[in-house]
Write a protein that binds this ligand. Structure first.
Ligand code: ADP
Ligand code: MG
Length: 348
């Protein structure tokens, strides 16, 4: 039985539905993300799952028990969930240990102490128990918030943009730590974020949201390589589209020559399509058939992301190993090396 079943829920404010027939489920131990642009309804969906917002339609089942339906909202404290928000919301007048112990009032004092020590350890805060929140860095405070949410051993942890206030490096490190910690504790999680890297670093499955709906529910790998809509293709990763004409279900004629893909195109032979080209689909090759001019470059450390212009004026992105250091205006040669070619109906 799934741990959480969200079935066709709608929620909103006044007459406006900002979550619209949303469905997904989570198995025990799974970590998923709801990923989408600001305003698409992620927080509202999470608050409905937490029991802070009623649903107008549909239902939410936790471990098989009805938690939400129109007219029914089991309160948050009876859902066995933990929550972590963007602002750490720690109690400033309590020490770190007291913050973590906050939800453990019913536990015998001895067990409470063991659990607090365990979480201080697990979140890398062993020496910090007696300090106060203002004596900690942002990253450390967010670890305390995490420890506090995990202390009562929820079966499900809900996280709303928990890392957005942290700098990039810390964000990446904490995302991985959170994933490892949840997996080690056997706790399922839902992360809500507008940041694809964060979602990918943490999740087994990701739901890409737009206007209150999930457009695609899939693994990070499939979202990147097999987006099934143009919105997902645009929102996830980088890439550009080039026009083509379908010559067979797997081949397209384009200005880059005849391209072959491994996924059938549903458009009929002869139809116009647009084909997604990712930066890793175009690789540098001195013998390559494609000649292009360097229009822009962005140094990424191990790689350089070049914006290349084809003779027709079409611009594509290409990732070169960092020692291929070209100047703007240089001519370079590349070839296509794509396993997954994704096409969408052409735009006239
Ligand atoms: P996200 O978390 O994806 O940014 P939200 O769920 O916060 O999206 O918001 C979705 C939509 O609902 C937005 O248009 C927002 O303005 C609106 N909204 C959010 N909270 C409220 C509220 N308390 N009252 C009225 N409208 C709200
Ligand atoms: Mg939000």
């Amino acid at each position: 039985m799934p741990l959480l079943k969200v079935e066709n829920i709608s929620a909103g404010y006044g007459q406006e539905r900002v979550v619209d027939a949303l469905s997904f489920h989570i198995n025990r131990g799974e970590i998923v993300s709801l990923l989408g642009p600001s305003g698409c309804g992620k927080t509202t969906a999470l608050r409905a799952i937490a029991g802070f917002e009623p649903v107008i339609d549909g239902q939410i089942l936790i471990a098989g028990n009805l938690a939400s339906a129109p007219g029914v909202t089991v309160p948050p404290e009876r859902r066995s969930i933990g929550m972590v928000f963007q602002d750490y919301a720690l109690f400033p007048h309590l020490t770190i240990s007291e913050n973590i112990a906050f939800g453990l009032k019913k536990m015998p004092a001895v067990d409470r102490k063991v659990q607090v020590e365990h979480l201080l350890d697990a979140t890398g805060l062993r020496q910090m128990g007696d300090r106060y929140p203002h004596e900690l860095s942002g990253g450390q405070q967010q670890r305390v918030a995490l420890a506090r949410a995990l202390a009562p051993r929820p079966t499900l942890l809900l996280m709303d943009e928990p890392f957005s206030n942290l700098d990039i490096e810390l964000r990446e490190r904490l995302s991985t730590e959170v994933r490892d910690l949840l997996k080690a504790e056997g706790i399922s999680g839902i992360l809500v974020t507008h940041d694809q890297h964060e979602a990918f670093a943490v999740s087994d499955k990701v739901g890409v949201m737009r206007d209150g709906r999930i457009l695609q529910w899939d693994t990070p790998y499939n979202l990147y390589h097999e987006p099934d809509s143009r919105f997902v293709a645009d929102f996830i990763g980088q890439g550009r589209f080039i026009p083509g004409i379908v010559r067979s279900p797997e081949t397209f004629e384009t200005e880059l020559g005849l391209l072959r893909g491994n996924r059938c195109c549903t458009e009929a032979v002869g139809e116009k399509v647009e084909i997604l080209i990712r930066p890793d689909d175009l690789v540098p090759d001195e013998q390559g058939a494609i000649e292009a001019e360097v229009k822009d470059k962005a140094f990424k450390g191990a790689e350089i992301l070049y914006t290349l212009e084809l003779p027709t004026g079409t611009r594509l992105l290409s990732l070169f190993p960092s020692h291929h250091d070209h100047h703007l205006g240089d001519t370079v040669r590349v070839r296509m090396e794509a396993e997954h070619l994704i096409c969408f109906p052409g735009r006239d």
